[in-house]
Each structure stands twice: as C-alpha cells, then as structure tokens.
Design a protein around this ligand. Structure first.
Ligand code: FES
Length: 231
C-alpha cells in the first residue's frame, strides 16, 4: 500500500461515534428578548396604574376636596362685628352730617374668601339710618337695622364706599370711579352709570346674630361680585 492510500484509510476510520446526549437546541433571538427585558410591558402597565393612584391621592387635600390645596374652600360663617359697636358708630356720625363725609357707620370685611384669593370678595356691613329696615330681616332685632353688601361696583368693578349724598340727604354706597351710587337699604343703583345702564343691585351678604350681639356673615353671597343680584 502506498503511503497516500494509508492516510486516506485512517481518515475514514477515525470519525467520532454519535453521542448519546443530543446537542442543545439553538435558542431563537426573539425568545431572548422576552426572557431578559429591561422592563416588561406588564411591569410598565402596573407602574403606570400605581403612579396614577398616587397622583390622585395627592390631589385630594386634607379637607377631602379634589385639588383642595390649590383652591381654598370658602367660609360658611365669619364673625364681623358686634351690634353695640356698629350702633355706636352710627350714633356718632348721625349728628355730624355736613361736618365731614360720614363713613364710619360701617365695617369692611372679606367673605366668603379672604383678600389673598381676590379683592372682589370685600364687603361692607352698615347700620341703616333710623326708619329703614333690612328687607331680608324685617322683624329680627338687631338685624333689621343692619345690611351687608359686596362692594364690587357692577359697572366696571371699582370698589364702592359707604358715604353720604348731600343732594338727596341719604346715606349711600358710592363708587369713586364714575360716580355710581347704590341705595343703602337694598343695594339698588340710584345714580351714575350703574343706574343709567339698568345694572343689577349689589350682591348681598346673609347675616346672623348670636345671643351676645355678635353679627356674622353666613351662607353664600346672594349674587356674584361684579355681576350683582340677578334675582
Ligand atoms: S366702576 Fe363704579 S361707576 Fe364705574
């Protein structure tokens, strides 16, 4: 046998026998992506749901109102002044009409929101001149002698002041901007552009009084600041 024939024979007889253990099956690339994701779709959805629950809980304030920390809740009652103080102020100015502009028969207050929310929640409580009676409290002492209005002029939203109209001889609420005047007993416009344009009466504040004569604002405003009473 030639040397080359011996090499060829050896190469055909040294083939390794088949193994009893099958070789591992190759793993598809797609299966690798599912088994080892950075974040699975299920995890992502679970996280999104959890985050929305946390955000919803955070938006509910201590008061239990949605967005409570952002929108302050309105007061439902606020003590303003005691009756004796208000009555004494009126008695003091009553005999001095003509000597000065009598405005000290009243007291300003903010309700149902304070001034940090809006200047348009400013109101005034006033002792009515003798002979006039608050239509909301026609027979209740001492509230029959007291009125309270929001002071936002319904013309262009300046703030009105309690004053005295020498031409008519009446205590009125007067606007410093364009001269609108409102009747003290019911807030109805009686002069100036608010009267000429037929605008609404001023919003009214509901009142209560306790056994010690403390007068408080209660409930909601009757009407809207800057709009007035529509009914
Ligand atoms: S804003 Fe009051 S009269 Fe014009």
């Amino acid at each position: 046998m030639l040397m080359d024939d011996k090499k060829a024979s050896a190469s055909t007889t040294t083939t390794p026998p088949p193994s009893s253990t099958p070789p591992p099956a190759s793993t598809p690339a797609s299966a690798v992506r599912i088994k080892n994701p950075l974040i699975s779709r299920r995890r992502f959805l679970q996280g999104a749901v959890a985050a929305s629950v946390v955000l919803a809980a955070a938006s509910v304030g201590a008061s239990g109102q949605i967005l409570g920390p952002l929108i302050p809740s309105s007061s439902t009652s606020e003590e303003i002044i005691d009756w004796t103080t208000l009555d004494n102020r009126y008695k003091d100015v009553k005999g001095k009409v003509g000597e000065f502009q009598p405005i000290n028969y009243s007291e300003f207050f903010y309700y149902p929101y304070d001034s940090s929310v809006s200047p348009y929640y400013k109101n005034v409580i006033a002792r009515l001149p003798d002979g006039l009676v608050n239509p909301l409290h026609p027979s209740e002492e001492p509230l029959k002698h007291v009125v309270a209005f929001n002071v936002t002029c319904v013309h262009l939203r300046c703030l009105v002041n309690p004053g005295y109209d020498t031409a008519s001889g009446e205590f009125r609420l007067q606007c410093p901007c364009h001269g609108s005047q409102y009747r003290l007993v019911d807030g109805v416009p009686v002069a100036g552009p608010a009267y000429d344009l037929g605008l609404n009466p001023l919003p009214e504040v509901q009142l209560s009084v306790d056994a010690n004569g403390k007068i408080s604002a209660v409930g909601t405003l009757i009407g809207e600041p800057g709009i007035g009473r529509t009914q």
